[in-house]
Structure formats: C-alpha cells, structure tokens
Design a protein around this ligand. Structure first.
Ligand SMILES: *Cc1c(COP(=O)(O)O)cnc(C)c1O
Length: 377
C-alpha cells in the first residue's frame, strides 16, 4: 500500500463545474471569478475578496498596495514557505526574519518587536500550516509602531481565530488554492479586505492596470476605450479555476471536519510517546488541520531523516517540517550570521505525516502502526 503525504479532494463535480464553464466560452476572469469572490467573502466574513493567480502574487500585490518598496523592511517568520519572504523582496524591500514560538510554530510577537527599526513598514504574519498566529497581539504591535499588518493565510482557509474566520480580522489576508492546501483550484489565490481603496487597486493591478475590465467592455453597448493607469500585472485567476473553487468552497467545512477527525486519531494514538511533541491548538484558535506536524525531541531514538526513510521504505510518504528561508541559497548570503535557533530546531526536527480526505481507517492505522514501530514504542 502506498500512502501519500497529501492529496487534493477533487471529484466529478469539480470536473463538471469546469466543463460547464468551458462551454460558456468565457474562460478567463469573468462571471465565475466574480461568483467565487462573492462566495469567499461571504464565507470568511470579509467585505471584499479579490481572486488572483496564486498566493504569491496575492502577497506581492499586498506589498504594493501598502506602499512597501525599496529599502523598507518587513518582518516575517523565516520558518515559512519561501514565497512569504520572496513577496517582500519582489518590491525591493528586505525581509527581516523573526523567530517562531516552538509550541505553535507561529511568529513570536516579542521577537518580532525586537526586530523593529525605523525602516520597518509592515509585519507579515503566517498562519502556520493552518493554525492562526496571534492576530490581536500583532494588531496591537502594529498600531503601537504604526506598521501595516499583512496575513499570509496561504494555509488557513477555514481556520478561525477567537471565533471569527481567517479573512475577517485585517485588511490584507492572502490565501492559496495550491493542491497542497485544504481546497484547490490547481493554482489560485485570494485576498480578502474590508478596505475599499485596497479592493479597487488590487483589481486594477491584477489586470495590467487596465481602467475597465474585459467583461465590462464585453457587455457594454457603448464603445469603451480603456486606459492603463499604472504599472500592472497579469495575476488573473481563470473562470475555469474559479468554477472548481466554487465547488471546493462548498466542501470546505466538511473537509476540515474530516481532517480534524484524522488529526484527533493521530493525537490519541501518539499521546503516550514521551519524546515527541504533537501539534497544539490553544484555546480560541481553530485550525483547518492543513498538515499534521510532529516534533521529535532531542531524546528521540531515531533521527528525523531516518524516520522519513524507514516510513518511505514501507510506502508511507512524509515531508520535513516547514522550511526556514534564511538557510536557503537564495537568502543565505543576505543572512550571514543570522541565527534563529528555535526556527532551525523546529524545522530540522519535525516531520509531516500523511493527512488527506478521504483517508481510510486502514491507511490511518497503517501510518500509526509504522510510526510507532520505527520509533520502537
Ligand atoms: C503555499 C504557501 C504559499 C504560496 O502559495 P502559492 O499559491 O503556491 O503561491 C505562501 N505562503 C505559505 C505559508 C504557503 O504555505
């Protein structure tokens, strides 16, 4: 039996939605994108949502609309997928890497505060593999120092913080619909905002800075000559992708409850192992359980990579914990002498084990059995 680490949940219904959209002949950003945006805004409780080609382009536009540019600094966790840092570098600004809290892997507010300088313009928090960061603490910090807050919620569709869905807490919340996330459109992204100026500017920037969109021109009875108002991009989502996203969004809450059930089974099955630390969900936080990551304490008898290999030998695929950006080649030379021991330790000694829907009892039990067998417990 082969058990992958992750797998998207896609069915004939998603295919039918895409099929129907193709036959309308409107295939790029149009009515399905608008519908997906409206439904996503309603789902998250945000005023507006803007669909984009992926979360990386969403983050890039978030930097632009907040006016971040050359020589500015933006604080973010190093322990994240590398596009978090890249989005800052795209606008000529410097990512300043902060430590994470080892219990949650989320950016540590006290460490972030220590890294604020006169050049700091924003803090980009990450909701690590679906578990929200402490948004209120960062809101407070940002208002104290007059900084912008941006949320990298790539992994956090459907997660909640203090009873409200991610997407409704601040004005630039960026989501991903990559196949590794809980819902997917192939590739895809979304920004939610309550700020009308951001909303309008994001819509302009994603479509070459064009003053009217294709659809408005298409249905107009009067000739419209468009203008391009500023340097824009082609960061559009297609209507085919949006159609898939609409069906995925309808499933999101069910997918999350299935994922949480599997995570609970893992937590019950591994709760007695003294030399590992299981994922935490503090009071007031609700994770969509995008990934299940286990930390191996120093006294763990098997090294992380050996554990991964021995599981792969029996057909169980795993991944390393979340990477650190400051040790990747693209950033290493800019980060000489930077040491983030908590992030490095968390990244080097954690393992992501299989979690997807549907995952059979037999698959879950196979993972549990071999995980314990390799560790000798
Ligand atoms: C997946 C991910 C991204 C990138 O999302 P894309 O849609 O692939 O661009 C950014 N940040 C985090 C934390 C991610 O997990």
């Amino acid at each position: 039996m082969k058990i992958p680490v992750a797998k998207p949940f896609l069915s004939k219904e998603e295919a039918q939605y895409a099929y129907d959209t193709i036959l309308t002949n409107w295939v790029t950003q149009g009515p399905r994108v608008q519908e997906f945006e409206e439904k996503f805004a309603t789902y998250t409780g945000a005023k507006y949502a803007v669909a984009l080609s992926n979360c990386t382009t969403a983050l890039h536009l978030a930097m632009i609309v907040t006016g971040i540019g050359k020589d500015d600094e933006v604080i973010c966790p190093s322990m994240s997928y590398i596009s978090t840092a890249n989005s800052i570098a795209y606008v000529g600004a410097k990512p300043v890497f902060a430590e994470v809290d080892p219990a949650t892997y989320n950016i540590d507010v006290h460490d972030a505060e220590k890294r604020i300088t006169p050049k700091t313009k924003a803090i980009l928090i990450v909701h690590q593999i679906g578990l929200p960061a402490d948004i209120d603490a960062f809101k407070e910090l940002c208002s104290k120092y007059n900084l912008r807050l941006i949320e990298d919620a790539a992994c956090a569709a459907g997660s909640a913080y203090k009873g409200k869905k991610i997407g409704s807490h601040s004005d630039l919340v960026c989501f991903s619909f990559h196949p590794r996330k809980v819902i997917t459109t192939g590739d895809g992204g979304m920004i939610t905002t309550g700020n009308e100026d951001f909303y309008n500017r994001l819509r302009l920037l994603r479509q070459h800075g064009m003053s009217v969109n294709d659809r408005v021109r298409h249905i107009s009875e009067k000739v419209i000559i468009e203008d391009h108002l500023e340097l824009g991009y082609n960061y559009r989502l297609t209507d085919i992708q949006a159609a898939v996203g609409i069906r995925q969004l309808e499933r999101l809450d069910d997918l999350i409850s299935e994922r949480r059930k599997i995570a609970d089974e893992y937590s019950k099955a591994f709760g007695d192992i003294p030399f590992i630390r299981l994922p935490q969900e503090p009071e007031g936080y609700f994770t969509n359980q995008q990934s299940y990551s286990i930390y191996l304490k120093p006294e763990c008898p098997v090294k992380r990579n050996d554990l991964m290999q021995q599981l792969l030998d029996v057909g169980i695929s795993t991944r390393r914990g979340v990477m650190t950006s400051h040790r990747e080649t693209a950033y290493r030379s800019h980060c000489m002498g930077l040491s983030l021991p908590r992030s490095e330790d968390a990244s080097d000694n954690s393992i992501v084990i299989p979690l997807y829907v549907p995952m059979s009892n037999e698959e879950v039990n196979t993972v549990i059995y071999h995980f314990r067998r390799v560790l000798g417990v």
